[in-house]
Each structure stands twice: as structure tokens, then as C-alpha cells.
Design a protein around this ligand. Structure first.
Ligand code: ZN
Length: 408
């Protein structure tokens, strides 16, 4: 206590002290247990300072002693690690006709979840009321109360202004335009609420499950629409307004005459999305109303459908070719419902990207199918909440704000 008391009398050192707690926590986030001595050596801090910061993080439920101490006959534990289940987050995946919610620990392990078929078109009140009730029920089921919750992450099936958490002109979400999603939750939940579009959370989930060591990853969702989530330098890139990765309306020369619902012509989405392929196959006399019908035709080995999907892969490859030049990813993951036609779509993408991109950019580039599948979105929503809650700035704020620490 004396250390902190001295620091408290000197304002700027108090601020430094809390950032030290955050630094220690960021080291422990990898899950490896460490002793105070090791942490002291890693940070260059006095062992007594490390001990005080560890105490502060333990009081917040973020760090805990590691079990080996039990065998040493009641002596204080010598090693500390992130307390994975010390606190929890909620992740929510809102789709066009379903909502899925999960509770996760601080490492992204899902502890409980719930699903419901709700049309997003029923509006924000109906959808979010179900989410709020289901979230409280899940926490109760786990014996948790709201004070254990650090944050809520939500993915929505439309464009979202990330800084405000408001959907902006979402095409399939009547009643949601500019709706204040975080503000609605704050009526009854006292935690940060992060909202993003579904493709971004799928990128976060896919990386967490399948590519945890990959810092340069592009997740491309091909379904009713086409979009992508870009992780560069280990960080999800949203751009200035949150529209980074929105590749569905990039012009592709082959489609110069094809009108798009956005009002332009030649958009990638108007050529290569599920509904676009169904339209082309209908014109050839095949029975295909939806993207799912196209998937079924491909699975049955219909040659026209296979060729259409492969061409869609080439069209997507044209646009990805530019993305590869711009951001140099090491992995491109193709997901969404059209990924069920797997290799045919990816073969088309590879055909263009591998032959047209510069050799150095493609030497180690993997283009592959989503492995996380349906779990990607809800897991990604949890990761959205975790990344925010455990960020250095947030940890610093929690340490400063915690009553037991602020007192001294
Ligand atoms: Zn368009």
C-alpha cells in the first residue's frame, strides 16, 4: 500500500501505475502462468510494484493464482495467469431470420448459448428485447450476475457505423436505420455495447478458431450479398466510416450491362452472389429461385451450375486481386452460404488471384474455405466484446475506477 500511497500523492505517477497494471495484464493475456519475478524481469519494474498491480488485477477478477500453489501447503501462489472464467462477455449474432446469443469466458470459450428464429425485419425492439431477456437467462443459468459481465458484442446483417453502434441504411432491416443499439441496451445493461456488421465479426471468429497466429487475413462472405472483413497487422480494419472491406459493389468489367440493386451496373454482387447465379441459371432454363437452389444443383453435379459458380469465383478473384495488391494478406478465407459449393468457387478465385497477382504476394498466400462455419459469427461477436473489454485503455480505466484501488 505504501507504494501506491506515495504514487497517489503524485498524480502523474498514479496514471503511470495503472498503465503498468494494464501492461502486466497484456503480458498475461496469452494464458501462460508467470511468477512475480518473471513479470518483474519482463517489465523492469520492482517486484513490490508488480505485486501491487497483480493484487489490483485479482480484485477485478481478471487475473488469478495458478493451481500449483495448492501443493505447497497454503503458501501464497507463486504463479499468476489470466483468470479465464473470472469475468464473462455476451456475443450476439443477428441474422436475417435468426438470432444466436452466447456467453463466453475471457479466452473466447463459449459457456452457454441460445437460439431463436426471429426475422430481423420485425424491427429492433422485437429482436433486442429477445436478446436482452435471453442474455439475462443465460447468465442466471451459469450462476452469474450482471456484475460479472464485461461487455456485449453484437453483429448485425447490414452496414454499421462502428463508433456509434448504429446501422446505416441497412437494406434488409426495416426500422433499424440509425437506431441507437448501444443506447437501447444501456436502459437496462451497465456495460459497453459494441456493434459491427456480420462480416467483420465472422472475420474475428474465423481468425480466433482457425488462424490465431495469422495477422493478415481477409474473410470473404459470399451469400445473398458479398462482403469482406479485413484483418491487417492483427487488427480488424474498419476504415473511416466502418465500410472497409465492402467489396460487393466494386465494378467488374464482365458485368458492364448488369444492373445492381444499388443503382449502378457491373457490381460484383450483381454477378457473383447467390441470387445473381440463380438468375443466370433461370435464364438458361434451370429451376433455380435462390442461392440455395444453386448450391443444390452444384451438389447434384449440374454442369451449368458448376460452370456458373466457377465463373463467380473468377469474378470475385478479379476484385480480390486488387485487395491482394493493396493489403498483402497471407490467408483469404471464403465463407457464407455459397462456400457450401466449396472447391468450385475457390478454384475460380485461385485461378485469377494466383495468375494475376505479383509472385511475392502469392508465394505463401492461402485461399481456403471457412472452417469455423456457423460458429464464426457468434464467436466473433464474443471476441469483439473481449477485445474491447481487455484493451489496455479499458484495463487502465477499470484499475483506476475499482473502489479497492482508488481508495489508496
Ligand atoms: Zn451495386
Amino acid at each position: 500500500m505504501t507504494d501506491i500511497s506515495r504514487e497517489a500523492s503524485d498524480g502523474h505517477i498514479t496514471a503511470l501505475g495503472s498503465s503498468v497494471a494494464s501492461d502486466l495484464f497484456q503480458i498475461l493475456r496469452d494464458g501462460r502462468p508467470r511468477t512475480r519475478t518473471e513479470l518483474s524481469a519482463m517489465t523492469g519494474l520492482a517486484r513490490s510494484t508488480v505485486a501491487l498491480r497483480i493484487d489490483a488485477l485479482m480484485k477485478l477478477g481478471l487475473v488469478g493464482p495458478v493451481g500449483d500453489a495448492v501443493s505447497t501447503g497454503g503458501r501464497p501462489s507463486s504463479q499468476f495467469a489470466i483468470a479465464a472464467s473470472g469475468r464473462v462477455v455476451l456475443g450476439v449474432d443477428v441474422g436475417a431470420s435468426h438470432v444466436r446469443i452466447a456467453v463466453s469466458d475471457l479466452t473466447g470459450r463459449l459457456q452457454a448459448e441460445s437460439n431463436e428464429n426471429i426475422q430481423v425485419a420485425e424491427g429492433p425492439e422485437a429482436v433486442l428485447s429477445w436478446v436482452s431477456t435471453a442474455g439475462k437467462e443465460l447468465l442466471a443459468e451459469l450462476g452469474r450476475d450482471s456484475s460479472d459481465l464485461l461487455a456485449i458484442g453484437i453483429g448485425l446483417p447490414g452496414p454499421v457505423e462502428y463508433n456509434t453502434g448504429r446501422p446505416i441504411n441497412p437494406p434488409i432491416m426495416p426500422g433499424w436505420d440509425r437506431f441507437d443499439v448501444p443506447g437501447w441496451f444501456h436502459e437496462s445493461w451497465d456495460v459497453p455495447v459494441l456493434v459491427d456488421n456480420d462480416v467483420n465479426i465472422m472475420a474475428l471468429g474465423e481468425r480466433e478458431l482457425s488462424w490465431p497466429d495469422v495477422d493478415h487475413l481477409m474473410f470473404v462472405k459470399v451469400a445473398t450479398g458479398i462482403g469482406s472483413g479485413v484483418i491487417s497487422g492483427g487488427i480488424l480494419q474498419r476504415g473511416a466510416q466502418g465500410t472497409a472491406g465492402d467489396i460487393g459493389h466494386v465494378y467488374v468489367a464482365r458485368g458492364a450491362d448488369v444492373p445492381c440493386k444499388c443503382g449502378n451496373r457491373g457490381c460484383l454482387e450483381a454477378l457473383a452472389s447467390g441470387p445473381a447465379l440463380a438468375r443466370d441459371l433461370r435464364e438458361m432454363g434451370l429451376n433455380a429461385e435462390t442461392g440455395q437452389d444453386v448450391v443444390e444443383l452444384v451438389k447434384r453435379g449440374n454442369i451449368d451450375a458448376i460452370q456458373a459458380v466457377r465463373q463467380a469465383g473468377r469474378d470475385i478473384g478479379e476484385v480480390l486481386n486488387t485487395c491482394v495488391s493493396l493489403i498483402n494478406p497471407s490467408v483469404i478465407v471464403i465463407g457464407g452460404s455459397a462456400a457450401q459449393v466449396g472447391e468450385h468457387l475457390i478454384a475460380g478465385v485461385r485461378e485469377i488471384v494466383y495468375t494475376r497477382s505479383m509472385p511475392l504476394a502469392t508465394e505463401h498466400l492461402q485461399i481456403t474455405q471457412s472452417k469455423a462455419g456457423a460458429d464464426a459469427a457468434v464467436l466473433g461477436a464474443c471476441m469483439l466484446a473481449i477485445h474491447h473489454a481487455l484493451s489496455p485503455a479499458n484495463i487502465e480505466e477499470m484499475v483506476v475506477g475499482a473502489p479497492s484501488v482508488a481508495k489508496v
